[in-house]
Design a protein around this ligand. Structure first.
Ligand SMILES: Cc1cc2nc3c(=O)[nH]c(=O)nc-3n(C[C@H](O)[C@H](O)[C@H](O)COP(=O)(O)OP(=O)(O)OC[C@H]3O[C@@H](n4cnc5c(N)ncnc54)[C@H](O)[C@@H]3O)c2cc1C
Length: 438
C-alpha cells in the first residue's frame, strides 16, 4: 500500500500507464515565478479545468490554470475512455428524484456533452481514436427486464432510439464471454484515448493564451476584498474569479465541500497488443463494455488493440502499490482465454462519487469561486460540459449551471473521518451481493 499526504501525490508509486506511453506530455513552459493578477484562476488540470479554461478564454477573460502535477495527471488521463451520454444513473431514477422536467434538462445536457466533445475532436483534429458504441452487459436476471423497460421508457418519453437490446445468444456473439445474460447497446456513446483528448484540449487552451502552470500545487484560497487570493509556494495569484476543478483529488481547498463526495480508487490494466483479428474474436464490433455490477468491470480495445480492462476498487487513502492483480484477476474471470496474455501496464486513478451519483456544482465566496465535481465515474463528457456551464455562470448566465447546482446533495456525516469507512461498508455489502448474484 502507498500513502501520501495529498491525494495528487498518490500515483508516485507507479511506473507508467498505457495512456502516458501513447502521447507526449504537454510540457507547458509557463512558470509562476512571482505574484500575478488574472481575471480567472483555475485549479486542476483535468478535463473540468481545461474545458473551463477554453470556454472562459473564448469569452475574453485572462486565464491562469494551476495543476499540482502534469496536465491529465488525474482521472482525466487515467480513465476507461467511455464517453457516455446521460448521467451515471438511469433517467427513470433521476425523474423520481428531480421530476420529469428537470430530468429531461439533464438528459439534453448529457447529449450536448458528448456532441461537444465530438465537435472539439473534429474541429481541432485531435487524434484520440474515437469509436462508436458502448455495450452494457447484464450479470443478473433482473437486468433483462430493466433493459427492456429503459429502452421503452427512453423511446416514449425522450424520443431516444439509440438503445438496442441483445438477448443471451446475441450478447455472446458480440462479447466472447460466458458471463453475460443479455446486453444493451448504446449507440449514442463512444470510446477514446482520454489522455490524448486531455492533452489535445490543453493545447487548444494554450493557443488561446491560457497560462498553464504545471507542478504548481495550490495550498489554499481566501477572499480578500473583491478578489480571491490563490496561494502556492511559487507565488500568489490574485484573481477576480476562481474555478476549483480537482474532482476526486480535492483535499481541503473548498473546506467541508469535500464531504459531499467519497473518493474511490479504481484500477486498470492494459495487455500487450493482441492484433485486430484476435481482438475482434473477443469483442466483435469493437464496442466498449461495462457490466451491471455495483463494482463494475469496464473494458475496451485501445487504438493498438490492447485490452484496456478496469475494475476493482479500494476506498482507503492507501493506494495499492501494484494495481496489476486488482484488475487482471477480474479480466481473467471474464475472459479466461486471456490468462496467459502479458500485462504491459497497470495503473490506478481516483474519482469522486456523490451519494445520489449526480455531479455537484456550486459557488462559494459570493459567487467568486465556482466548482464542479462528483461525476461518479461518468465524467469524461460531463467534465467537458461542466467547464462550459461554469464559464456561462461566470459570464452572467447561470441558467444551465443551475440545473446542476440546484440538485440537493447529502453530506457524508462527519465526512473527514467517516467518508471512506462508510463507503467501505457499502462496498463490502455490494461485493457480497455481486458475488452471490454471479
Ligand atoms: C480509473 C478510472 C476510470 C474511469 N472511467 C471513466 C469512463 O470510462 N468514463 C467516464 O465518463 N468517466 C470515467 N471516470 C471518471 C472521469 O475520469 C472523471 O470524472 C473526470 O476525468 C474528472 O475530470 P476532472 O478534470 O474533474 O478531474 P481530474 O481529471 O481528476 O483532475 C483533477 C486535477 O486536479 C489536480 N489537483 C488536485 N489538487 C490540486 C491542488 N491543490 N492544486 C493544483 N492542482 C490540484 C490533480 O492533480 C488533477 O490533475 C473514470 C475515473 C477513473 C479514476
Amino acid at each position: 500500500m502507498f500513502n501520501k499526504n495529498r491525494t495528487y501525490e498518490q500515483h508516485d508509486n507507479e511506473k507508467i500507464s498505457f495512456y502516458k506511453s501513447s502521447v507526449e506530455d504537454l510540457n507547458s513552459q509557463d512558470q509562476l515565478t512571482s505574484d500575478i493578477d488574472a481575471d480567472i484562476c483555475i485549479i486542476g488540470g483535468g478535463l473540468t479545468g481545461i474545458s473551463s479554461a477554453i470556454n472562459l478564454s473564448k469569452k475574453g477573460y485572462s486565464v491562469i490554470l494551476c495543476e499540482a502535477r502534469k496536465i491529465g495527471w488525474g482521472a482525466s488521463g487515467r480513465n476507461g475512455g467511455q464517453l457516455g451520454i446521460g448521467m451515471r444513473k438511469d433517467q427513470y431514477t433521476i425523474e423520481k428524484k428531480l421530476g420529469l422536467r428537470h430530468a429531461k434538462e439533464l438528459w439534453n445536457l448529457g447529449l450536448e456533452a458528448v456532441d461537444d466533445v465530438k465537435n472539439l475532436i473534429r474541429e481541432n483534429e485531435i487524434n484520440c481514436h474515437l469509436i462508436n458504441g458502448v455495450l452494457s452487459a447484464a450479470c443478473f436476471e433482473k437486468d433483462i427486464e430493466e433493459y427492456k423497460f429503459e429502452i421503452e421508457h427512453m423511446s416514449k418519453y425522450y424520443n431516444f432510439e439509440g438503445y438496442r437490446f441483445y438477448d443471451k445468444l446475441e450478447i455472446r456473439k458480440e462479447i466472447n464471454s460466458k458471463m453475460y445474460l443479455a446486453g444493451m447497446l448504446n449507440s449514442g456513446s463512444y470510446h477514446l484515448n482520454p489522455l490524448k483528448l486531455t492533452i489535445g484540449l490543453a493545447k487548444i487552451a494554450k493557443n488561446k493564451n491560457v497560462k498553464i502552470f504545471e507542478n504548481t500545487p495550490i495550498e489554499k484560497i481566501y477572499e480578500k476584498s473583491d478578489r480571491v487570493h490563490v496561494v502556492s509556494k511559487k507565488g500568489l495569484i490574485r484573481a477576480n474569479k476562481v474555478v476549483v476543478a480537482c474532482n476526486g483529488y480535492l483535499d481541503s481547498i473548498l473546506g467541508s465541500k469535500k464531504n459531499k463526495f467519497i473518493p474511490i480508487n479504481n484500477y486498470v490494466v492494459a495487455t500487450e497488443p493482441l492484433g485486430e483479428k484476435e481482438a475482434r474474436e473477443i469483442i466483435k464490433n469493437n464496442y466498449a463494455v461495462c457490466d451491471t455490477r455495483f463494482i463494475i468491470d469496464y473494458y475496451r480495445f485501445s487504438e493498438d488493440w490492447r485490452m484496456i480492462f478496469g475494475g476493482g476498487e479500494t476506498f482507503t487513502s492507501n493506494f495499492v502499490k501494484n494495481a496489476k492483480s486488482f484488475a487482471s484477476n477480474r479480466m481473467v474471470k471474464v475472459f479466461p482465454q486471456l490468462k496467459n496474455i502479458k500485462i504491459d501496464y497497470s495503473w490506478g486513478g481516483t474519482l469522486a462519487i456523490t451519494v445520489n451519483r449526480l455531479p455537484h456544482f456550486g459557488t462559494l465566496m459570493n459567487n467568486k469561486v465556482s466548482y464542479a465535481f462528483g461525476y461518479s465515474g461518468h465524467g469524461l463528457a460531463l467534465s467537458v460540459l461542466a467547464g462550459k456551464l461554469i464559464a456561462e455562470n461566470i459570464n452572467g448566465h447561470p441558467e444551465r449551471f443551475k440545473f446542476f447546482s440546484d440538485i440537493n446533495h447529502m453530506s457524508i456525516p462527519f465526512g473527514s473521518i467517516f467518508r471512506r469507512p462508510i463507503y467501505s461498508s457499502a462496498i463490502l455489502y455490494y461485493k457480497i451481493r455481486d458475488y452471490l448474484n454471479s
